[in-house]
Design a protein around this ligand. Structure first.
Ligand code: 6GU
Length: 225
């Protein structure tokens, strides 16, 4: 898979995308992630990427020209399955959306400013709009990092153990079961006996019960769907 991220603030993305599992996925060739600095697609001395909005009002808007030129250059190199605009008024990001995106070959993520991008970019270029939740961030960069993280960890070869993703919280619309590691007793608190038995069938049954119990307690809304 290849992910191209278009941003006016590339530095926000470098460190989150170059650690741990995401780093390993890039090194193993599971994913290519390229960050594109919008300023490199400007032609003026000040490398202007945003401007005030027509009609007046506070907040800057990303200009269309650098975005169109950047996306043109990318589309000349390859065909994209989705051109995604990161915006608080987009469709809410979920685990099933992460799974769908992990099956694509090439995607572009466009990071906007708080006031957003010129509407013509959305009309002419964007195929999908994603929000990571009902709150407003200063820009789409952190949201893009969230989406990339959730998608890349699902790619074959990203996790040491591919069955790990199958027991994730939200898989089957259930939260994950409690997990424990050594020691078997700590400050008087014991690891549930069943986990020490080596009886895989009993352990699986216990985990499934726990997932349902937890979901009822913490996220009953998930059981409605
Ligand atoms: Cl994708 N962008 C911004 N700026 N704020 C957000 C968001 C995205 N998702 C939730 N809040």
């Amino acid at each position: 898979m290849r992910i191209d991220i278009v941003t006016g603030l590339p530095d926000i993305l470098t460190s989150p995308l170059n650690e741990s599992i995401i780093k390993r996925a890039q090194e193993s060739g599971s994913v290519i992630i390229e960050i594109h600095n919008l300023r490199e697609y400007t032609h003026d001395r000040h490398q202007t990427i945003d401007d005030t909005q027509y009609g007046g009002g506070a907040g800057m808007v990303l200009k269309p020209e650098p975005l169109f030129e950047c996306i043109d250059a990318l589309q000349q190199a390859r065909k994209y399955d989705e051109i995604i605009y990161m915006t608080p008024d987009g469709e809410r990001f979920t685990q099933s959306m992460a799974t769908e995106l992990s099956l694509k070959q090439n995607i572009i993520l466009i990071c906007g400013h708080y006031k957003g991008v010129d509407e013509r970019v959305r009309e002419a270029l964007v195929t999908k709009e994603i929000s990571i939740g009902d709150y407003v961030l200063t820009g789409g960069e952190l949201a893009a990092a969230v989406v990339v993280d959730a998608v890349v960890r699902l790619l074959p070869g990203a996790l040491h153990d591919s069955t790990s993703a199958m027991s994730d919280t939200f898989q089957d619309n259930l939260l994950g079961a409690p997990v424990y590691t050594r020691p078997p007793e700590y400050r008087g608190m014991k690891v549930p006996d069943v986990l020490l038995t080596g009886n895989h069938k009993a352990i699986e049954e216990w985990r499934q019960e726990q997932r349902i119990k937890r979901t009822k307690e913490k996220r009953p809304d998930l059981l409605d769907d």
